[in-house]
Structures are given as C-alpha cells and as structure tokens.
Design a binder for this molecule. Sequence first.
Ligand SMILES: CC(C)(COP(=O)(O)OP(=O)(O)OC[C@H]1O[C@@H](n2cnc3c(N)ncnc32)[C@H](O)[C@@H]1OP(=O)(O)O)[C@@H](O)C(=O)NCCC(=O)NCCS
Length: 163
Amino acid sequence: MTVGDIEYLPYKGESQIQELMSLIERELPEPYSIFTYRFFLNQWPELCFLAYCKGVLVGVIISKKQPHKLLQRGYIGMIVVDKEYRRKKIGSTLVKITIEKMIEMNCDEVVLETIITNIQAISLYENLGFIRLKRLFRYYTMGADAIRLFLPLNDNFIPQYYN
Ligand SMILES: CC(C)(COP(=O)(O)OP(=O)(O)OC[C@H]1O[C@@H](n2cnc3c(N)ncnc32)[C@H](O)[C@@H]1OP(=O)(O)O)[C@@H](O)C(=O)NCCC(=O)NCCS
C-alpha cells in the first residue's frame, strides 16, 4: 500500500532484521536482543509491517498473536517511526494495517504496553479507539511504570476479565 511517498510493506524475512533493529534501537529506550526480534518475526512474520520513503526504512511495527484465557489476543510489541518522519500518520497507518491483519487472523482484541509518560504513543492509540486498561508499576527494566492499552475487536470482550 502507498500513501503519498510512503510505501507500507509486509516483512519479507531475515534479510531485513538488521535494518529494522537499527531503526528501533535509535528510537526506543528499552534495548531488545536479537532473540526477542526473532521470537516475534519468526513466529508471526505476517504481523510485521515496514514503512519506506524512497527506499529508506522510516517506520516499523512488530506484533504477535497468542491465546489469552478464552480469547485470541493480538499484541503490539514494538512500533517506531524515524524522528524526521513523525506526525505524518505513519505510526497510525502501521497500527491500522496491523489491526486489519489481526482481524483477518481472528484476533478478539489488541493489547500493548507503553511507558506512562509516552504521550505521543498514548494519544496515537487513544485516537484509534484504544482504552487504558491498567497501570503496571515498575514494568520496565529502568523502573518506569507502563500503561496497558486495549482495543476489543468484537463482542467477545468480557469486562470481568479485566478488572
Ligand atoms: C509513537 C510514534 C510511533 C508515533 O508515530 P507518528 O508517525 O509520529 O504518529 P502519527 O503521525 O500517526 O500520530 C498520530 C497521533 O498521535 C499523537 N501524537 C503523535 N506524536 C505526538 C506528539 N509529539 N505530541 C503529542 N501527540 C502526538 C497525535 O494525537 C497524533 O495525531 P495528530 O497528528 O492528528 O494530532 C513515534 O512518536 C515514535 O516512534 N516514538 C518513539 C518510539 C515509541 O515511543 N514507540 C511507542 C512505544 S509503544
């Protein structure tokens, strides 16, 4: 899919790992090992999308799908947009493409965590209909709290699971 000069493409394979790792490491404070990337990308390659501008990688989203209680949960693990390309809806488009894929894969819900101070990410997700589920104290290795965000994808949502 192409929007303006940004092309959105599905992940093709191992040859793209270094490129996406270097973009993510530049922009995210929490370090991930190659094993974390492979855990996501080898099991759910269809849930990774890349955004390119004139052949240069400017955005990436990496997710997984797993059973959670009685439901199938889509989980967004990482999303990053290059600083120079922010505020152009690239992040929102990557999330929307991922949600469409998760619906196709029969996910019942989408969940993710982000640092409680990450206003950009929280607003992006809330604009797309996500709600705040809970605060996770000292969730990150550096001791910061996280917020868990949640989007139901169908009527299977059972509120008492989430109190
Ligand atoms: C979060 C991130 C992916 C957003 O990407 P993006 O392409 O800039 O996002 P979008 O252009 O789609 O923005 C969508 C909405 O998010 C909110 N938003 C994005 N950047 C914002 C900012 N700097 N300040 C306030 N709100 C912001 C706005 O509501 C925006 O809508 P608007 O532009 O119509 O007001 C990007 O800021 C990023 O890579 N941050 C570093 C990595 C990170 O924090 N990832 C999330 C961890 S879970």
